[in-house]
Structure formats: C-alpha cells, structure tokens
Design a binder for this molecule. Structure first.
Ligand SMILES: Nc1nc2c(ncn2[C@@H]2O[C@H](COP(=O)(O)OP(=O)(O)O)[C@@H](O)[C@H]2O)c(=O)[nH]1
Ligand SMILES: [Mg+2]
Length: 320
C-alpha cells in the first residue's frame, strides 16, 4: 500500500537526515512542523548532532529585498563551496526570490541543487508556535549538515526578537526611502543587528538611508555592539561579496543559539512555552475545584489576580 510506504519511520528519517537526503529532510520537517509523535522522535534522534551550523537571520520589512538577498547569498556561499539551508518565514510573499533561484539551480544543475535546501514556513499568526517551528526546522537542517542556515523573517516587533534568539548572525535589511521609519525602527534594530544592509543600493535614496544609519550609529556609540553597514544591489550585482565576508567574520561572535546567549534564549522560550502549556491544561482540565474557583471569581468573591494564580496552581497539580 502506498499509505504504508509513506508512513513515517522516525529512525529511518533520522538516518536520512544525517546522510543529507533531501527527501528525508523534507518529510522530517513536515513531521516536526506539525508536532506529530514522529516529529518528537525525530527531534530526539537528531539531538546529538546539533550545533555545527552557522545560523544567519535576515529580517526587514516586507518588500525590503530580503528574499532577493537570500538568493544572492546562496549563489555567493555555494561558489565558496558551502552548503546552504534556507528557512523563509514570510506570510506576504512565500519566497518571492524563488524564480531567480529556480533559474540559478537549473543553470548549475545537480551540484548546486544538492547543496541547497529551501523551505518556506507559513506564518500561523501565532508567534510562539511559529518560532518553535523555526527552531526545529533549523535544527533539522543543522543535523543534515548544512554549513550555513539562513532564516528569512519579516521584521515587525516580536519577530525581530525571535530572530535574535535563533541566529548566530543577525542581518537587518534597510531599503532606501524608509524616511522617518528609520528613526522608528532604530531602537529595535540597533539592539539586535550585527550587520545592517542598505538594500537596493542602485536606487537614489540609498545614500540618504546609509547616512541616516551612520548617524544613528554615531549617536549610540555606547551600545554594546556596533553593527557594520553593507550596501548591496542585486540589480547591479554589488555588495554581495562584502556581505558574505561580513557574515563570515561574525561567526559565533555574540552568543547565538549555542553560545553564551543560549541560557537567556532558553529562558525566553520557556516563558513562551509555559503560557501555551498552562493555557492548554486550563482549557481542558476537568475539575470541580476549578469550576468553583471560576464561579467565585465571577461573583467577585475573589480578586482576579488571586483567582488566576489559584487556577495556575490547580493546573500544575493536575499533572499530565
Ligand atoms: N532596484 C532594486 N530592486 C530590488 C533589489 N532587490 C530587490 N528588489 C526588488 O524589491 C522587491 C521586493 O524584493 P523581495 O526580495 O521579494 O523582498 P522581501 O519581501 O523583503 O523578501 C522586488 O520587486 C525586487 O525585485 C535591488 O537590489 N535593487
Ligand atoms: Mg521575502
């Protein structure tokens, strides 16, 4: 039966991942993304094989030129003999650089196709769930032996924080013509960025964007890290080499997911996950004590905050 043949065998998939087999990788990603039993077994199986990849986060507003940049970087890194995994999280345009990339892969035939793996993840409008999925997909690609893993996400509030948690190197893409937006986003990006890319450097306003960024950096010299600025134009084919060099020189510098920053990252992940676990337990818990607590809260007999803490205690003691 076809159904039987397609059935996921975690052990075989793990072996396939470790061999770098693309079909196994794709199927394993689906399993871990959907949080199936097989997915959990796969994550356990690959656990001893993690921590080798250099993870690069690329973030910026929609249309900033991220996917185009990813495409250029794939070309540059593979020319340097590297293997590259890509995870694109972009609800608006699921890897719009795909066309360019498809052409390139067709041009260079098998060799490149084997050393590059691209996966788009749909945003589920659920930040915790999404970042969890991205962590896992990055781990699968890491276990598969990709030397560089690029994560493309739309930078908007929370997701900038997410990328800081995932990546060893954080690249923030700043397209020309942001105007006052540069000011608006500066607080967030300066804290997380290792590299600021002025994208679409062929456009006239790119000079102004670069000046704005340089000014921002000059007034925040006390910041713990000073990001570097690289101008890139996909149209003119300039700046990609410099960007790849800059990425290379940041390897494992400032913490990253396996470095000194990992304790903080785990703590934030726990805080996020704890909410999910509690929410699930509380909404499914069958408990007379909880019913009584809800009634008491509804009648105003117990303060809201106390009621919530009591509910959490009930959920914790219910075990599972
Ligand atoms: N002029 C110019 N346009 C670019 C450049 N890079 C990307 N674009 C265009 O910007 C638009 C958005 O690019 P895309 O890579 O999909 O941005 P993303 O949404 O950040 O992934 C597309 O129409 C690209 O053709 C560049 O270097 N110069
Ligand atoms: Mg994109």
């Amino acid at each position: 039966m076809i159904g039987d043949q397609l059935k996921l065998r975690p052990g075989e998939l793990v072996a396939g991942i470790l061999r770098g087999d693309h079909r196994s990788i794709a199927r394993a990603i689906s399993a871990v993304e959907n949080e199936t039993e097989a997915g959990r077994a796969i994550m356990q199986g690959i656990h001893p094989h993690l921590g080798r990849a250099h993870v690069i986060g690329i973030t910026g507003s929609p249309g900033a030129g991220k996917s185009t940049l990813v495409s250029e970087l794939i070309g540059e890194f593979t020319r340097r003999g590297k293997s590259v995994g890509v995870v694109a999280v972009d609800p608006s345009s699921p890897f719009s650089g795909g066309a360019i990339l498809g052409d390139r892969i067709r041009m260079e035939r098998h060799s490149l196709a084997e050393r590059v793996f691209i996966r788009s993840l749909a945003s589920r409008g659920h930040l915790g769930g999404l970042s969890r999925a991205v962590f896992k997909v990055v781990d699968v690609l890491d276990a598969a032996g990709f030397e560089l893993i690029i994560v493309e996400t739309v930078g908007a509030g929370q997701s900038e924080v997410e990328i800081a948690e995932i990546a060893d190197t954080r690249v923030v893409v700043c397209p020309p013509g942001l105007g006052d937006d540069v000011q608006a986003i500066k607080a967030g990006i300066l804290e997380i960025a290792d590299i600021l890319v002025v994208s679409k450097a062929d456009l006239p306003l790119a000079d102004k964007t670069e000046l704005d960024l340089r000014f921002m950096l000059s007034v925040t010299k006390h910041a713990p890290r000073q990001p570097c600025i690289v101008r890139v134009s996909a149209v003119n084919g300039t700046g990609v080499t410099e960007l790849a060099d800059a990425i290379g020189s940041t390897t494992r510098s400032a913490g990253g997911r396996r470095g000194s920053g990992s304790r903080e990252r785990m703590r934030r992940l726990f805080a996020q996950e704890a909410g999910n676990v509690l929410r699930k337990r509380l909404s499914t818990l069958d408990s007379a004590a909880l019913d009584a607590l809800c009634d008491a809260a509804a009648r105003g007999e117990i303060g809201h905050e106390d009621a919530v803490l009591n509910a959490i205690r009930l959920a914790m003691n219910s075990g599972s």
